[in-house]
Design a protein around this ligand. Structure first.
Ligand SMILES: Nc1nc2c(c(=O)[nH]1)N[C@H]1C(S)=C(S)[C@@H](COP(=O)(O)O)O[C@H]1N2
Ligand SMILES: [Mo]
Length: 249
């Protein structure tokens, strides 16, 4: 609709309220709202359609977000989303290439045994499977199958101080994120080495990614190079730009 008439005062107020609500709720910007709804938000009709689309979208997200269970919902193999969606703060052709033979996971901070781990050493630790839904704050979700080492197993191995408050993650693509200790110790929080029965593909975080189904997608750090235990909140790439740090589901 090519309608560039200026907004009526009422409509402008509606738009400003919408923007404020979205920012407070989930850190959404108007840019994200227009992307999600396909409305350009330049005219009153678009504002109405955007509000309607957002409220439906919001209902769906709320249904996913507040399931009430302690454990995130799991799914059947036939419910897996194929192809699975890729997302990062850069386009797919910029996915980092990891030098596998030299790959080491550095574990440091409030741990008794700081060490660097090879992939083989990580693969020898006990592993868990999960078929869960990854929910991105941008308004999409996808069900996938991951397998890997429970983060709490690794934290036990290195003698982590589990009374410390945070676990931080640094990635090979400069991304970073962090979890509260309770979530780090949650049984479904795993360091995934496999996706869909194969080693993690580059797009989905090779060689090691966090899979934490009780948190929004952006807390699921890919290409992890370092993990550290700390009492200072390490923040995160999106967290530091205004996305809610906890972002629990
Ligand atoms: N290293 C790294 N991890 C990341 C990101 C990123 O840009 N870099 N994006 C996050 C976001 S916003 C989402 S939704 C998920 C997407 O994971 P997927 O590509 O497996 O769907 O990865 C998260 N982890
Ligand atoms: Mo995301």
């Amino acid at each position: 609709m090519a309608d560039n008439r200026p907004l009526e005062p009422d409509q402008r107020k509606q738009l400003i309220n919408l923007q404020r609500r979205m920012l407070l709720r989930g850190g959404l910007t108007l840019g994200a709202v227009s992307m999600l709804t396909g409305c350009n938000l330049q005219d009153g009709d678009s504002v109405d359609r955007a509000l309607w689309a957002m409220s439906r979208w919001n209902d769906r997200v709320q249904a996913w977000l507040f399931s009430g269970d302690k454990l995130a919902q799991t799914y059947r193999p036939d419910q897996i989303t194929r192809p699975f969606r890729f997302n990062a703060f850069y386009p797919e052709y910029n996915v980092p290439e990891i030098d596998v033979p030299n790959y080491r996971l550095e574990v440091s901070g409030k741990v008794a045994k700081p060490a660097s781990w090879t992939l083989e050493q990580l693969q020898r630790l006990p592993q868990d499977d999960q078929i869960t839904r990854l929910i991105c704050i941008e308004g999409w979700s996808a069900i996938g199958h991951w397998r890997g080492v429970p983060l709490r197993t690794l934290l036990q191995q290195v003698g982590a101080d589990t009374h410390a408050r945070y676990v931080g993650f640094k990635c090979d693509d400069r991304y970073y994120s962090s979890l509260d200790m309770a979530t780090a110790l949650h049984p479904q929080t795993i360091l995934a080495l496999e996706f869909d029965g194969k080693p993690l593909p580059p797009d989905y975080g090779y060689p090691l990614r966090l899979r934490v189904p009780t948190k929004l997608g952006f807390k699921n750090a890919k290409h992890i190079a370092a993990i550290f235990v700390t009492d200072q909140n390490p923040g995160g790439y999106w967290e530091d730009q205004g996305y809610n740090w906890f972002s629990g589901i």
